[in-house]
Design a protein around this ligand. Structure first.
Ligand code: 13P
Length: 254
């Protein structure tokens, strides 16, 4: 049985005062075991303070990225153990913005995935094709390549304690979400690839959809059999909108 997960990726937005207000609103989305698991991923500098505000709730905290190295001379980077130290349980790896704007390739993403796991964090592995790749009929090839690179490094066992997110690049921040059928098709493909390795793991792994998730489309996306919740960008910055998305995401089990 898979419990839904709704994660808010705040990207590079927020301020201490904005965050305080936003978290107050998001805390109202906390339905405990009756609703989806909820995760918030603020920018690194705000993790500790947001984490304090979440204390006593069932909401979880995650990093938007993590360094592939454990420690040392890596100016500007944040390690998995540091994320753990400030209260994170999750770390996003391989977000398309990291891949496209910061040159992260499949191998680096795989190393980040493994680094997160070594410290006991649950990595959220993002995969997704660009519009051009979709139009060329290469969606399956691209997302399976991105998945296989991580399987090659982390192995099947690595996916026992992980989450995946299918985020078509053309749907991110565009207001144009994948249709429920488009999302389901790719989610089923990813799960089938994992099932070739280990059927039990594949049945347990949560695959989130991300890309223009809003209150008006969340419930129908999350109702698809292989869609286990969402990774929400822009709409996670509006507490009321995020709460309504969470309310639409209470599917229990598959
Ligand atoms: P939007 O919800 O703003 O499209 O962003 C999706 C995303 O990139 C989440 O990681």
């Amino acid at each position: 049985m898979r419990r839904s997960l709704v994660a808010g990726n705040w990207k590079m937005h927020g301020s201490r005062s904005d965050n305080t207000r936003l978290v107050e609103e998001i805390l109202r989305a906390d339905q405990g075991d009756a609703g989806p698991e909820i995760l918030v991923c603020p920018p690194f500098v705000y993790l500790w303070e947001v984490g304090r505000q979440l204390r006593g709730s069932s909401l979880a905290l995650g990093g938007q990225d993590v360094c592939a190295e454990a420690a040392g001379a890596h100016t500007g980077e944040v390690s998995a153990s540091m994320l753990k130290d400030v209260g994170c349980s999750h770390a996003i790896v391989g977000h398309s913005e990291r891949r496209a704007l910061y040159g992260e390739d499949d191998q680096l993403v795989a190393r980040k995935f493994a680094a997160a796991q070594r410290e006991g964090l649950t990595p959220i592995l993002c995969v997704g094709e660009t519009l051009e790749e979709r139009e060329e009929g290469r969606t399956a090839e691209v997302v399976l390549r991105q998945l296989d690179a991580v399987l090659g490094v982390a192995g099947t066992d690595g996916f026992m304690r992980a989450v995946m997110a299918y985020e078509p690049v053309w749907a991110i921040g565009t207001g144009k979400n994948a249709t429920p059928d488009q999302a389901q098709e790719v989610h089923a493909l990813l799960r089938a690839r994992l099932a070739e390795k280990d059927a039990t793991m594949a049945a347990c792994l949560r695959i989130l959809y991300g890309g223009s998730v809003k209150a008006v489309n969340a419930a129908e996306l999350f109702a698809m059999p292989d869609v286990d919740g969402g990774l929400v960008g822009g709409a996670s910055l509006n507490g009321e909108e995020f709460r309504r998305i969470c309310e639409g995401g209470g599917k229990q089990g598959a």
